[in-house]
Design a protein around this ligand. Structure first.
Ligand code: FAD
Length: 365
């Protein structure tokens, strides 16, 4: 006879009022972007599917919007329907043997969910504290920070497949997760994430701390396990120091987080970098280096840019709106940084941010 007990309960998620303004600058953390032809808030999964299907049948372009924290939208806006994902709800099956199997609606705020998981002693996402946006967007680029990524705790992702007009659920092994990528990102726009399922172990200790800066701030060795509440606190503290927690009064946080991904290079390209460039094994003989290091060593320091658009004063990897930036202003500075890195190191930086109706100028190395 099993000694496991199972509890099933529902938790209402934070309902935040959503401004129905069609201006994308009102819905993105970079605070730029013109109007959408139509802006709709989908408060339930059924609504989400119905709005998207209706647009698809009529050939109307669709932009799925979560928290707008990974988007740079053109000043001309979006020539179609923007659908803000706002379905909510968290459901958990918790058992002493099996841990917590948790299903979360795509529209739930990610950091509210992390705070909830830490409070419930569901272990595994505590180092992903403070990342803005929605749960449904996290599988798109396999959100990660401080040595963890969502791929480590996601068990499956339930989607609406716009091409086949059917619901499809992908177990984690079929999500194609990699560094800041997934099958959902590789086929942009095809899948609408409806719900994400996680499998957590139970307990108040974090996963082993894998990131040396975080271990140092916690005063432990890499590999140690620490009270998850303390890990969340420390991560939020570190992130605030880098302008990586949203704060309306701090222009260094008017960003989309890291603007570029860390480049993954083949052995020859990595070998051509200066000896002191960071190098981390990335599998298959490839090497990951640091975009921030390349930017700094190509001569771009914090604050580089102009009065409207500039690199953050706290972190060169974040491009920020200083108050009156247009999308064109941000693209100009991003283009200069990318061209400078290509010229100095022969590496073309790839945007992590999703560009809507925009392209960066070519960077020739
Ligand atoms: C200050 C700051 C710090 C950040 N720090 C990090 C970090 O540490 N690590 C990290 O990985 N990212 C970080 N980011 C980037 C961003 O927060 C994440 O990528 C986040 O997951 C985006 O969520 P969102 O809901 O805001 O997505 P949005 O910006 O609204 O959308 C991003 C993309 O996902 C698509 N999308 C959104 N929801 C769905 C859905 N339900 N179904 C299908 N497609 C969807 C959109 O169409 C778009 O292509 C940071 C951003 C900011 C502003």
């Amino acid at each position: 006879m099993s000694s496991c007990s199972a509890d099933r309960f529902e938790v209402a998620s934070t309902g935040r009022p959503i401004d129905p303004s069609p201006l994308l600058r009102d819905h993105t953390t970079l605070r730029v972007g013109g109007a959408a032809d139509r802006f709709v808030v989908a408060g339930s999964e059924a609504e989400l599917i119905s709005i998207v299907t209706d647009c698809d049948e009529r050939g109307v372009p669709v932009l799925i919007l979560g928290g707008g924290s990974n988007l740079l939208v053109a000043d001309a806006g979006f020539p179609g329907t923007v659908v803000r994902v706002a379905n909510t709800g968290i459901e958990a099956d918790v058992s002493a043997c099996g841990g917590a199997a948790v299903r979360v609606a795509a529209g739930v705020d990610w950091d509210d969910f992390v705070a909830h998981a830490v409070a419930q002693e569901w272990c595994g996402i505590e180092t992903l504290s403070g990342i803005p946006g929605s749960v449904g967007a996290t599988p798109i680029q396999n959100v990660g920070a401080y040595g963890a990524e969502v791929a480590q705790t996601i068990s499956s992702v339930r989607t609406w497949d716009r091409r086949d007009r059917a619901q499809k659920t992908f177990p984690v092994v079929d999500c194609g997760f990699g560094y800041r990528t997934s099958r959902f990102k590789r086929e942009p726009g095809r899948y609408v994430v409806l719900e994400v399922s996680y499998q957590f172990t139970l307990g108040n200790l974090s996963r082993p701390i894998a990131y040396s800066e975080l271990a140092g701030r916690l005063g432990v060795e890499v590999g140690a396990r620490v009270d998850s509440r303390l890990v969340r606190e420390k991560v939020l503290e570190i992130r605030r120091g880098k302008g990586m927690v949203l704060d309306p009064s701090d222009h260094d946080t008017w960003s989309a987080g890291s603007f570029f991904t860390n480049p993954i290079l083949d052995a020859d390209a990595a070998g051509a970098l200066p000896d002191d460039a960071p190098r981390f094994p990335a599998g298959g003989g490839r090497v990951k280096t640091s975009a921030a290091w390349l930017i700094q060593h190509a001569g771009f320091s914090r604050g580089y840019g102009n009065a409207r658009a500039a690199l953050s004063g706290k972190h060169v990897l974040a491009l920020t709106n200083r108050g009156g930036a247009s999308a064109a202003d941000l693209v100009e500075v991003a283009g200069q940084v990318r061209a400078g890195v290509a010229e100095r190191f022969g590496v073309t930086l790839v945007p992590e941010v999703n560009l809507i109706g925009l392209e960066l100028p070519e960077a020739s190395s």
